[in-house]
Design a protein around this ligand. Sequence first.
Ligand code: NAD
Length: 490
Amino acid sequence: MAATQKEESWSKQDIETRLFINGKFVKATGGETFPLKSPSTMTVVAEVSEASVEDTNAAVAAAKAAQPSWAALSPEDRGAYMKKLAALIKESHAELAYLEAISMGRPVRTYWDAWVAASNFEHFAEAGYSVQGTSSLNMPGFVNVSLKQPFGVVAAIIPWNLPLFFFSSKVAPAIVAGNTVVLKSSEKAPLTSAKVASLIERAGFPPGVINVLSGHGHISGSCLSSHVDVRALSFTGSTRTGRMIQVAAAQSNLKNVMLELGGKSPAIVFDDANIESAAAETKNSIQWNSGQSCMANSRIYVQDTVADRFISLFKSHFEAVKIGDPTDETTDHGPVADELQYKVVSSYIDSGKQSGKLLFGGGSPDGAQGYVIQPTIFTNTPEDAKILKEEIFGPVVIINTFSTEEEILKKANDTEYGLYAAVYTKDIDRAMRFAKGLEAGTVGINCTSPTVAHDMPFGGWKTSGVGREGYYSSIDNFLETKTVLMKVAV
Ligand code: NAD
């Protein structure tokens, strides 16, 4: 791709790796760092600051000090900073795409996170006036109102698969509501959050309003989860970590916790569906981002009457995927995030080979550099097999067949997860029966993930989460409600 003027204005060597506390970039106390390796070249691309307990406490203290004057600003004054930040994020798109590619292997070609992050900041910049309580004259002799007020200091802990999307969908609603934030990025993908911290500085936010820490779950993550000055915490990540955060919150100050967790999402394809679109869309769902998507349709159930045709189309889409260097503009399938993820996904593939039939993929392609896993298909897998029950978080799909509606609804719901479910059919009554019957936070009819709607609530049933995010759901996650009873003399 021809380099543009803007892309030349940043340097691949100039990578921010420090903590952003109280409006300043600082190294971790004690100078602790951790090496970040590119999953593609397997070389160290940065030594990143590991926030200590002292650093985490300093970030929370800075946020606490900044919060009253931030909350005292009008919504449009808070929004003005957010609009500046959105513009800077858009300008930095190419650099952010490059940073994600070298940290967790996301192909630059498929990188849209910066556009979505900018539009989240733009949307919530305008949303401050929607924070409103209620009023009531229903109690004789009283005028009563309810007020919506910020918690104070809130924390955000984000995963590595779509870091900037989660950064923006937590920080933007939190700050427009008058809270200040301490965000901890993932140790596997800290570079874009640190870059956005430099944009926060350039946008001129008052010190302490947004603090950005890098580091592992233990120390800074668990410190935020149990911090008594953090009054709400929004988390996206694994169900395992979500449970630990709930426990830490309960054992400290019972902070409000919002959890967006894992999934094992089914897509069901009936024989009356448009089989070509179903194959193309379900393939995209499980392959983009190397299958590292919470809502990926990792279980596909196809009606036996069209199974051969569907599987052959699906396989041809996997065959066409271009595997390679994520910084190359022509690559659409990069490595998984790191060595650990590679080992975990590989061990699921080994287990899949014992339980079902490996139809395609199943390892690293010949000559591939880095932690690359081929898009992989298993068929004929028993419903109780490990790979059908547990979240793999890699480009591995199980395609099984079914014959009746009753049978498949039961199988689709036979999971502890409930994030997303899809059904492909042209029968409107059947589509509605599945919309009602599927146990999931989002149901796609003739579409599948990653299709989502910004203005619809997003979140999980069962162990896939607690709470909802979205244009009209997220602000409320960062607000306390107070009732004011006013007795009126007669
Ligand atoms: P993870 O749970 O390992 O880590 C997520 C974050 O939690 C990281 O920042 C990590 O450092 C931190 N953390 C780890 N231990 C902690 C602790 N004890 N206390 C506090 N913080 C701690 O998840 P991951 O591997 O980064 O992300 C993959 C998982 O995220 C998958 O399960 C995926 O399904 C899920 N996910 C869910 C959604 C959703 O919207 N539901 C979206 C994306 C990813």
